[in-house]
Ligand binder design. Structure first.
Ligand code: SAH
Length: 276
């Protein structure tokens, strides 16, 4: 069995409990050496075989998985962040399906979540933006025409750009041509959640200059949007006058909600889903 596991954004304790268990039990680990924290491998069994996929082709990766499967080994394919975002897992899963090798996926904390944590930011602020666009500049991997930064920028939503740190001059031009004002707040988060993390605040117009000044050329995310700064509206969900499935609205002062009657009894209310 092959387990695709999200390693999280960098800090070794940001892998999921399930992911860590799979690492502990693995007979073979193939990890994305360019971005996965090697500390995560300390948990492996002594006899576990380790491969760094940075030096391997897709075919080589699959061959290792096939060999492991013949021996009824457990294989962990360790990807940075969450494997569903620029993880190139689909092509691996399709080849495994063809070979009848079973697999599953254990999600991880994506670096765009790590970056928001580093900034103390919320992407989805009422009155500002209720949408996060995750995209990238075109590099060697093409981006469909209808998804070019200029078109996405029209929405002026919160935006996160992966894999684009080397293309900031073009990125900032396209963001502005597309619709963001030049003074729209932006941030560059380098190695979010790693010990060497750097957070740089700037504007859309100064992205390139800021990265140059701090010598940031890779392993960074570019965040753009008014969510980084300024005014927003408070949430409806926690508004005292707002009635939800779980709470009756009160007078505007919200006194009835602020007393201790809201404290949960043990085992109560584990499964709350809220939509506003
Ligand atoms: N699956 C990963 C993304 C892999 S693509 C995820 O969910 O995060 C690799 C790109 O992700 C890098 O070029 C960089 O843009 C971004 N990235 C990965 N880890 C990062 C980190 N800790 N801090 C900032 N950017 C990171």
């Amino acid at each position: 069995m092959v387990h695709f596991v999200g390693a999280g954004p960098g800090a070794a304790d940001l892998i999921t409990v399930r992911g860590q268990k799979l690492i502990r039990e693995a007979d073979v680990i193939i990890y994305a050496g360019s971005l996965v924290n090697p500390e995560l491998l300390k948990e492996k069994k002594e006899a576990c075989q380790v491969y760094n996929s940075a030096h391997m082709t897709l075919e080589e990766v699959i061959r290792v998985m096939e060999e492991a499967e013949k021996k009824a080994f457990a294989t962990v394919r360790l990807h940075t962040g969450d494997p569903s975002i620029y993880g190139a897992i689909r092509e691996q899963m399709d080849l495994l399906k063809k070979r009848g090798i079973p697999f599953d996926v254990c999600p991880g904390v994506s670096s765009f979540c790590g970056a928001a944590a580093a900034l103390g930011a919320e992407y989805t602020l009422p009155g500002v933006s209720q949408t996060v666009i995750i995209s990238r500049m075109e590099g060697r991997t093409p981006v469909p025409d209808r998804e070019k930064i200029k078109s996405l920028a029209v929405h002026q939503s919160s935006m996160v750009l992966f894999l684009s740190t080397g293309l900031l001059e073009k990125l900032q031009r396209e963001l502005m041509e597309g619709g963001y004002d030049s003074d729209t707040p932006a941030a560059i988060v380098y190695k979010a959640t790693w010990p060497e993390e750097k957070v740089l605040f700037c504007t859309v117009a100064s992205l390139f200059e800021t990265a140059e000044r701090y010598h940031i050329t890779k392993t960074a995310l570019i965040l753009v949007g008014r969510f980084l700064d300024g005014e927003y509206e408070r949430s409806k969900l926690y508004d005292p006058s707002f009635t939800t499935e779980y709470r009756r609205g009160t007078d505007a002062d919200g006194m009835a909600d602020s007393d201790m009657s809201n404290r949960e009894a043990p085992n109560q209310g584990a499964d709350k889903e809220k939509e506003t």
